[in-house]
Ligand binder design. Structure first.
Ligand SMILES: [Zn+2]
Length: 146
């Protein structure tokens, strides 16, 4: 019977960019107190701003968006898990579902993040193109549900 063969996308020492999904937080200064946190009365007495409670603003959370890692990662270890399926009756070929993951020097080898191959790209341009594609797909899915 023909054995399942796996071709690795990356090798030891390859540099890659990771794409990841993160909720962006943006600081929005309080417009009521001008980001002072305090309000001054006509008698020059001050009170804590009732809009921001003295915090001078707030973090506004934006939608989850795919982003490219600012640093490149160096491949150090690969892990492949193959879930075999019954060979085709006529071909005798071993088929299966293969998941491929990588550990990188910057995020820990042996123990650390195990990145799915689908989220690793050989260049910033390719990683950014994939982020754009996934973000627009997410937007379409969201708009479709609205
Ligand atoms: Zn305020």
């Amino acid at each position: 019977m023909a054995r399942l063969v796996h071709a690795f996308k990356f090798g030891d020492g390859d540099t890659v960019r990771l794409v990841f999904k993160e909720r962006l937080r943006v600081w929005a200064p309080c417009t009521f107190c001008g980001a002072a946190g305090m309000i001054k009365g006509r008698d020059d007495a001050t009170i804590v701003c009732p809009m921001c409670y003295g915090r001078k603003g707030k973090h506004e959370r934006h939608a989850l968006r795919w982003q490219v890692s600012p640093e490149s990662l160096t491949i150090g270890q690969a892990e492949v898990v193959a879930r075999f399926e019954r060979p085709g009756r006529f071909t005798g070929e071993q088929t299966g579902c293969v998941t491929e993951r990588y550990m990188c020097e910057q995020t820990g080898i042996g123990s650390g993040s195990n990145h799915a191959v689908e989220n690793l790209f050989p260049s910033v341009a390719e990683a950014q193109a994939e982020c754009d594609r996934r973000n627009s797909a997410d937007k379409e899915a969201k708009d479709g549900n609205a």
